[in-house]
Design a protein around this ligand. Structure first.
Ligand code: ASP
Length: 449
């Protein structure tokens, strides 16, 4: 397989993905204005009427976008399993595993508490719900919060194949950890298997790179399709709520993470923000931390220099239990709903919100829209009407995209901190702005040298 260097004058992959994102958003917005739904541009043909909007939005954009998301999801379970088994095998010491897990979970919880506390504070200062008069859309149905005991029980798969098939990430992680430990303890047989797993890991990572190369098309179609529906003009009463949530999300992603990274590691925040762009755009486009695992794993290991033994564990774990962006949504939405319904919340209520928002994120996988289900748990906890969620449904698509970008950025940041503290981090890779770009460009016409 030949590779062409990113510095050969043509645009590198990140630039192409950024351009695709912007072009997708502009195309969607233009289509929405030039060909609004209903008032279609229909071209009468001999046998049937040809609808240009239908062809583009429901045809090309929908198909390419969905195929792109499905292809990313396709890689998640095999990649997490194989790379985590490799990671555990290379650790050699199970005590280390406990320490890494402890640090990762501790940092994930810490960043979530910071996120939700900041969200509540800013929402209280800006009062997004004051004076808003709205009727809730009651079509939203809530779900019971699982007990903490149930969350732990659910981490252990009774059937690993069912866990694989259903994409239950915590169960896949637990099975991979146990399998990796057993392999490390299995002497010669384990060593033989390790070689096979390492090769498999290489091949699957290659598949990730191939998909990354096709990402500009996928990202363009996904965003062009989505932005034909999203219009800021229809936000009406919700505009203040929307601006506050997005504002807090941006502060957390662009300010809090870089500051925490600097404090914990002394590394350059600028390089971090530069290198995380691809991953954040993926998260934004597909609204799913889970589907972004392959890209995030590639970014943290190949571009940021975190060893696979750490990243293969912390990234999938973070995609499942760390959702700072979602916690921010919950903080702002709780204050907003309380204000709209004129209900006063006490300090204890706010502490409950912080605790529930943090714990709720542990048991729920990072997939589109799940933040609202978690929000229902938070509202129940403090006695706010769950129908309140109906109020914010209308703008949640864009909020979901943005909070997912924040969620995946947090996973990468924590992985670097844990990696560096464990001596499993290569600073020269981190500092090299071109790291990883040599393997990123694939020439599909020449599969072999
Ligand atoms: N879509 C988010 C994620 O995958 C979860 C959410 O709905 O907040 O991270």
């Amino acid at each position: 397989m030949t590779t062409s260097n990113a510095s050969n004058g043509s645009k590198n992959l990140t630039q192409r993905i950024v351009i695709a994102m912007i072009a997708g958003i502009i195309t969607g917005a233009l289509l929405q204005n030039l060909m609004p739904d209903g008032s279609d541009f229909v071209i009468p043909l001999y046998l049937f009427d040809f609808s240009l909007r239908g062809f583009l939005v429901d045809g090309v954009f929908e198909a390419v976008g969905q195929i792109f998301v499905a292809s990313l999801r396709m890689l998640v379970v095999p990649l997490v399993f194989v790379s985590l088994v490799c990671g555990v095998c290379s650790l050699k010491d199970t005590a280390k595993l406990g320490r890494i897990g402890g640090k990762a979970v501790g940092l994930y919880l810490l960043t979530t508490v910071i996120a939700v506390s900041m969200a509540i504070a800013i929402a209280l200062l800006t009062s997004p719900g004051a004076g808003v008069n709205m009727v809730a859309d009651t079509t939203f149905t809530s779900r019971e919060a699982p007990s903490l005991a149930q969350v732990f029980i659910d981490m252990f798969p009774s059937n690993p194949f069912a866990a694989f098939a259903e994409g239950k990430m915590l169960q896949v992680i637990v099975f991979a950890l146990l399998f990796g430990i057993a392999m490390a303890l299995a002497g010669k047989a384990g060593e033989r298997l390790t070689v096979i797993f390492q090769d498999l890991n290489e091949v699957i990572m290659r598949l990730v790179t191939i998909l990354m190369n096709l990402a500009p098309y996928g990202v363009f179609c996904l965003l062009a399709g989505l932005f034909t529906d999203i219009s800021l003009a229809t936000f009406g009463n919700l505009i203040k709520y929307f601006v506050v949530v997005i504002g807090v999300l941006l502060i957390h992603g662009l300010l809090v993470y870089p500051v925490l990274l600097k404090l914990f590691t002394g590394l350059s925040p600028k390089i971090f923000l530069h290198k995380i762009r691809n991953t954040a755009i993926f998260g934004f486009s597909v609204s799913s931390s889970s589907a972004t695992i392959p890209v995030n794993l590639e970014t943290t290991t190949k571009k940021m220099g975190v060893n696979n033994s750490i990243a293969s564990f912390t990234i999938p774990l973070g995609a499942t239990i760390n959702m700072d962006g979602t916690a921010i949504l919950q903080g702002v939405a709780t204050v907003f709903i309380a204000q709209v319904f004129n209900i006063d919340l006490s300090l204890t209520d706010f502490i409950m919100v912080i605790l529930t928002a943090t714990l709720a994120s542990i048991g729920t996988a990072g997939v589109p829209g799940v933040g609202l289900i978690m929000l229902a748990m938070v509202l129940n906890q403090v006695g706010l009407p769950v129908e309140g969620i109906g109020l914010i449904l209308g703008v949640d698509r864009l909020v979901d995209m943005t909070r997912t970008a924040v969620n995946v950025t947090g996973d990468a940041m924590v992985s670097i901190v844990v990696g560096q503290s464990e001596g499993q981090f290569d600073q020269s890779t981190y500092d090299d702005l071109k790291a990883g770009s040599d393997i990123e460009e694939i020439d599909f016409h020449h599969l072999k040298d």
